[in-house]
Design a protein around this ligand. Structure first.
Ligand code: O2Y
Ligand code: MN
Length: 597
């Protein structure tokens, strides 16, 4: 784009914000798009861009009788998931990024990616996508602007964030906005980089067209840059769902919960209580990300910065998550699922019979019994949260919701009991810091090795993990009414490798105990490692089809397993070097010494 055309950026732009105009012009000078389109987020724009995407084969319309407003997108088969090994934190020195992040020097990153972005939008349109993470007007909310050459990204961002004029209006003339630049490039994994520049509030993403790599508001801004800003500004950006649980008496308790990716956060956030829980209600505030800060009354308040869900499709059905099934019945973009002959979508684990014939996620004919999966295991739905039948009335509240309990959950076949309450904040932070999940063969080639994933933030923390954990400890001083902290594990197995706890809606029983604990209603059993439900006044197991042995197995604490667990945590703390927080090291020693006696 010639410089006279760059000047025209300002003429067509629906803003006079000088910093924004200058930055868009500079990025356009580098990427040289044929056109620049400022997105306003209107219905007319949605229709125009959807029609264009259909015409260009980017979206396939689904059967509009069966799924009104729904479309299918197929990504490049080499581009189907977040790419942790190509994700970089670009801070002036490597120590700041810490041992758990890939690091690149900012000058090197700007030069390297600058060469890739140079002319990358020739023949394409640059869309300017202003968006708000958080409700418009909320003191929690951050504004981002994503420049992208992908119409698919625009249509997804429109669902996932409050996008367009409303965000631009909230920004006004301020220069406080995240600068996101994305170009699909030639979708070559050798030229794919997702670079974060926390000190510049900037994200550059090149060479992907998929999900977390390109919807820059989500993992990149709301978690990686967000966690960095949170430390500077005294708040927490977390990989947590937020839900409200209301008792038959009408008392609502808000809970935030961190689980590693693909451990059922969306299912938990939309859970339907079992039949025995008549009059109880779970409502979703968020399914993936929580921004939390101390409120004026001394409690910790949380918002969900997103406006939609980007959920895993396979395994979703009317048993595992009926509310998700309703959510995706309309106005949803599906990515990499299979197509039925009548224009509906299908995936492994969907209700009903497996169809005889399908078109698979790559557009190839597929027959029942085929060894290959019809839908990609990481296929996704992008759906507006307003579709969720159990959306919390507080989901758009600019002040957020007061959090009474924080839950940390990993995927462990042994050691970690169904539920345990931390003795205090430091112990709770320790439980979050040492969270882990056992690897599956698909992830690492090794089965059953515990991968530490502190607070489920391993892939998403935008700075040194040791500093991040210290920030959690320090937050105690600014939250007079601290939430209580719990650790849960739905995935414990018996000696035959069978899950001992049924999970899904039955997790309501654990949630009820947590609510009763924070409301001061039930006594507990103190153990060497924390507080657990008492055998007599503990978990409500009425109507649950599960043996006493299975309950014992799910809830037991085995000292020999814990000795090994605490020992094995040494590797993680050593990795943090001198930044391993003293309070957490002492907490570990304390627990170890209790087990020695
Ligand atoms: O693979 C991707 O690009 C999506 S990853 C994702 C999407 C929604 C919510 N959480 C995650 C995650 O990896 O935690
Ligand atoms: Mn997630």
């Amino acid at each position: 784009m010639a410089s006279t055309q760059v000047a025209a950026v300002g003429e067509k732009a629906p803003t006079k914000n000088p910093t924004l105009l200058a930055w868009v012009a500079k990025m356009a000078q580098m990427t040289q798009p044929d056109n620049i389109v400022w997105c306003d987020g209107s219905e007319e724009e949605k229709k125009r861009l959807t029609d264009q995407a259909v015409k260009e084969g980017i979206l396939i319309p689904l059967n509009q009788q069966k799924r009104p407003g729904c479309y299918l997108h197929r990504s490049n088969p080499n581009d189907v998931a977040r790419v942790e090994h190509l994700t970089f934190i670009c801070t002036p020195n490597k120590t700041e990024a810490g041992p758990t992040n890939n690091w690149m020097d900012p000058d090197e990153a700007y030069t390297k990616l600058g060469q890739l972005f140079d002319g990358s939008m020739k023949g394409r349109t640059m869309y300017v996508v202003p968006y708000a993470m958080g409700p418009i007007g909320s003191p929690f909310t951050k504004i981002g602007v994503e420049l992208t050459d992908s119409v698919y990204v625009v249509l997804n961002m429109r669902i996932m964030a409050r996008m367009g004029k409303q965000a631009l209006d909230m920004l006004g003339d301020s220069d406080d906005f995240n600068r996101g630049l994305h170009s699909t490039g030639d979708v070559n994994p050798d030229r794919r980089y997702i670079c974060h520049f926390p000190h510049d509030n900037t994200i550059w993403s090149f060479g992907s067209g998929y999900g977390g790599n390109v919807l820059l508001g989500k993992k990149c801004l709301a978690l990686r840059i967000g966690s960095f800003l949170g430390r500077e500004e005294g708040w927490l950006a977390e990989h947590m769902l937020i839900l409200g649980v209301t008792s038959p008496k009408g008392e609502t308790t808000y809970v935030a919960a961190a689980f590693p990716s693909a451990c059922g956060k969306t299912n938990f956030a939309m859970m339907i209580p079992p039949a025995e829980y008549k009059g109880w209600k779970i409502e979703t505030v968020g399914d993936d990300i929580a921004w939390m800060r101390p409120g004026p009354d001394g409690r910790l308040y949380a918002i969900n910065p997103e406006a939609g869900y980007f959920g895993v499709v396979p395994g979703t059905n009317y048993k595992t998550n009926p509310n998700a099934m309703e959510t995706i019945a309309k106005d949803t973009l599906f990515t990499n699922v299979a197509l039925t002959p009548d224009g509906d979508v299908w995936w492994e684990g969907k209700d009903g019979e497996v169809p005889e014939e399908l078109t698979d996620w790559q557009g190839r004919p597929w027959k029942k019994g085929s060894a290959e999966k019809a839908a990609h295991p990481n296929s996704r739905f992008t759906a507006p949260m307003s579709n969720n039948p159990v959306l919390s009335p507080k989901a758009n509240d600019p002040m957020g919701v007061p959090i009474s309990a924080i839950i940390f959950g990993g995927r462990r076949s042994n050691t970690v009991p169904l539920v345990i309450q931390a003795f205090n904040w430091t112990h709770g932070v320790f439980l979050g810091a040492t969270m882990g999940s056992e690897t599956t063969a698909a992830a690492t080639g090794k089965v059953g090795v515990v991968r530490r994933d502190p607070m489920a933030m391993l892939p998403f923390c935008g700075y040194h993990m040791g500093d991040y954990l210290q920030h959690w400890l320090d937050m105690q001083k600014s939250i007079p009414q601290l939430p209580k902290i719990f650790q849960v594990n739905w995935f414990r197995q018996d000696k035959n490798g069978k899950f001992v706890w049924p999970g899904f809606g039955e997790n309501m029983r654990v949630l009820e105990w947590i609510v009763n604990r924070v409301q001061g209603r039930v006594p507990t059993q103190e153990t060497l490692l924390g507080w657990v439900p008492r055998a007599d006044q503990g978990l409500n197991l009425n109507g649950l089809d599960i043996s006493t042995e299975a309950v014992t197995e799910a809830t037991s604490i085995k000292e020999d397993e814990w000795k090994a667990e605490l020992k094995s945590q040494e590797v993680f703390f050593e990795q943090l070097g001198t930044k391993a927080p003293e309070a957490l090291m002492l907490q570990r020693k304390l627990l170890m010494s209790r087990l020695e006696t």
